[in-house]
Design a protein around this ligand. Structure first.
Ligand SMILES: *Cc1c(COP(=O)(O)O)cnc(C)c1O
Length: 424
């Protein structure tokens, strides 16, 4: 598989290089050169998740990785299902939260960890990533105990849920976590600075593990096929998929699935009040505001770092950006949506509720809607309990971590301090 840097097409890398490197020159994102449609999508849709996913990834990776190796990586990463749950006629929830950290980021995080371990040279690797909540947990658990790989995770202090924090800041071992005095964008900026520091990069074998790593996106392509595979056959060509979006990795993966021939009619980019993209799609002006904290904190991102990939793909496929549906929901609307979902007998959490609410608004009569449920309701227990007046039980893994002490260190949002920590 060949990939090129979106900012500088002359920089070309293999899949293994892109996985190890994360970002290209000038912080450019890597993008696959070939996105040929799959030969027989209908036959693929009849296969079980792991087998189908291995074929999709083999198609993408080409000669670079033998098919048997791809199967091995997928089987180690995809150890849990992605069920499509019927909400009512014509509306379905794709539950992506049945993995070990109860969020969809387990798919990408676990596949990336397997890839890095498989393509690792003997040098030391340090994974450095910023998280607004769930990436951290997924990355920490995916890499925990993997030999030769150190993990450092930055997160905005006090701006993620206490349970989210417990889930990835209690592991120890090869996992170190830093609470930064600042918001998620500040954490992301620190990570970018570290990647710009060539000496540091060499010294500690820096590698990024957030949604900019291409392996995560390719893994996420697979569950869009899984969603369509579970729809009644007659409905497959009518599917509209609503994606709760923060950094827009999830939506990029959906668009790649469509480019590979998955019959999705259209997508809806659903955001919270951090609505840079919906405003951009309406006005043509890219005007990020200051990031604001919301109930759906994993989407509190005002400068989504995967957006250039969305534009690149649309440009290459000749898809007009305006064909992308979009919209935002503020916290009051999110609360109301969560309550209405509960009345329909579906227990959701803020991110999924936003995707559902925009889907309900924008779905036409002759369409079938799927909204992505990106986290288990218990991961946002504080808000879900309060809004619905419930006591959502903690599933096993969360209950266990909630008991353990936090091991994070605290740092100001200053690059010099982070650098000293990393080399020290
Ligand atoms: C990360 C996350 C999102 C946003 O996904 P992106 O790929 O960054 O757009 C949505 N919901 C939850 C629960 C998340 O953790």
């Amino acid at each position: 598989m060949n990939l090129y840097n979106i900012k500088d097409n002359s920089e070309q890398v293999s899949f293994a290089q892109a996985v190890r490197q994360g970002l290209g020159r000038e912080q450019g994102l890597f993008f696959p050169e070939q996105l040929e449609p799959l030969a027989d999508v209908d036959a693929l849709l009849d296969l079980p998740l792991a087998e189908r996913s291995a074929r999709i990834l083999s198609h993408l990776l080409g000669d670079e990785v033998p098919a048997a190796k791809v199967s091995e990586l997928i089987n180690a990463a995809f150890t849990f299902p992605a069920p499509l749950v019927k909400l009512k006629d014509g509306t379905y929830a794709l539950e992506l939260f049945h993995g070990p950290t109860l969020a969809f980021k387990d798919f990408g995080g676990r596949f990336m960890a397997q890839c890095l371990a498989a393509f690792r040279t003997n040098d030391k690797i340090t994974i450095l990533t910023a998280t607004s909540g769930d990436t951290g947990a997924a990355v920490a658990h995916a890499f925990y105990g993997l030999e030769g790989i150190e993990v450092v995770i930055l997160y905005p202090k006090g701006k993620i849920s206490p349970l989210q924090e417990k889930l990835f800041c209690t592991l120890g071992g090869n996992i170190r976590t830093i609470a930064i005095d600042g918001d998620f964008d500040a954490c992301q900026a620190l990570v970018k600075q570290a990647f710009d520091d060539e000496a540091l990069k060499k010294a500690i074998g820096l590698n990024s593990a957030n949604s900019i790593n291409i392996s995560r996106l390719l893994a996420q392509v697979c569950y869009y096929f899984e969603a369509v595979a579970q729809l009644p056959k007659a409905d497959r060509a009518k599917a509209v998929i609503s994606v709760p979006s923060g950094n827009f990795g999830n939506l990029t993966a959906g668009l790649i699935a469509k480019a590979l021939g998955l019959p999705v009619k259209r997508f809806i980019a659903a955001t919270n009040a951090n609505d840079t993209v919906p405003r951009y799609l309406k006005t043509g002006q890219w005007e990020p505001h200051q990031t604001v904290a919301t109930l759906s904190n994993a989407m509190d991102v005002s400068r989504p770092n995967n957006w250039p990939r969305v534009e690149e793909l649309c440009r290459r496929k000749g898809w007009a950006l305006e064909t992308l549906g979009s919209g935002m929901r503020d916290d009051a609307q999110t609360r109301a949506a969560l309550k209405r979902l509960h009345q329909l007998d579906y227990l959701c959490e803020p991110h999924g509720a936003i995707a559902w609410d925009l889907l309900s608004e924008q779905l036409a009569e002759d369409e079938v809607g799927v909204f992505l449920c990106t986290a288990h309701p218990a991961k946002f227990k504080e808000s879900v309990d309060e809004i619905l007046n419930l006591d959502v039980p903690l599933p096993g893994p969360l209950a266990k971590h909630a008991e353990l002490p936090l091991l994070s260190v605290n740092l100001p949002a200053e690059f010099a301090r982070l650098r000293a920590f990393l080399v020290g």
